[in-house]
Design a protein around this ligand. Structure first.
Ligand SMILES: Cc1cc2nc3c(=O)[nH]c(=O)nc-3n(C[C@H](O)[C@H](O)[C@H](O)COP(=O)(O)OP(=O)(O)OC[C@H]3O[C@@H](n4cnc5c(N)ncnc54)[C@H](O)[C@@H]3O)c2cc1C
Length: 165
């Protein structure tokens, strides 16, 4: 993920990846109040309630390339402002914790699947902010490539060579 380009550099090649922090936070647990995920492109945030009752909140990237898994306060403030625009009552909640992970963003917002320039080393990265959703397909495609030595028609367009061709 976020360190793919660091590992690639150790292997002697460059990946067209920028790494950014993506933050999320959760509130103290409350009784059931929200039974779906609400995502607002207008506010740039998403919010849901976990089984434990915590309100789970996230939004866009911290738009400064970074490997620091902290996130910055202005982005968090913007995300919380968006949540409060949708749900003013959530202003009463205390935040319990906040974290950031490093996501690997490719210029065409698509993953990189396939062989690397180093023989025997294969790539499955560049999933950015969508790797949970997409990895069942991404894992199956890479497994097929490893087993057969050939791309599936679906994974072929995601090869690293697209940046040269
Ligand atoms: C806050 C947040 C919310 C997200 N929400 C969603 C969402 O709602 N839906 C969605 O689809 N995706 C979401 N994502 C994105 C998703 O988490 C990633 O796309 C996905 O985890 C990428 O999977 P991966 O296996 O490529 O990398 P990771 O899951 O990051 O795994 C990479 C692993 O490599 C290890 N590693 C790093 N360097 C080295 C090294 N030198 N040697 C050995 N190991 C190393 C790391 O410790 C880590 O375990 C979110 C990400 C964040 C940060």
């Amino acid at each position: 993920a976020g360190h793919s380009s660091v590992l690639a550099a150790k292997a002697g090649f460059r990946l067209p990846i920028n790494s950014y922090a993506l933050q999320a936070c959760v509130s103290e647990p409350v009784k059931p109040i929200l039974d779906t995920v609400v995502l607002s492109p207008g506010c740039g945030v998403y919010v849901s309630q976990s089984d434990k009752g915590e309100i789970v909140i996230g939004g866009g990237l911290d738009r400064i390339p970074s490997y620091a898994q902290r996130g910055n306060l202005p982005t968090l403030e913007a995300v919380i402002a968006g949540v409060l625009e949708m749900f003013p009552i959530f202003g009463q909640l205390k935040l319990m914790r906040q974290w950031a992970g490093i996501v690997d963003v490719v210029p065409d917002s698509s993953p990189i699947i396939g062989p690397s320039p180093l023989p025997g080393l294969f790539l499955n990265c560049g999933w950015g902010t969508g790797g949970f959703k997409a990895i069942p397909a991404g894992g199956t495609l890479l497994a097929q490539l490893l087993a057969s030595g050939k791309h599936n028609d679906i994974s072929r367009p995601f090869d690293l060579d697209r940046f040269a061709t």
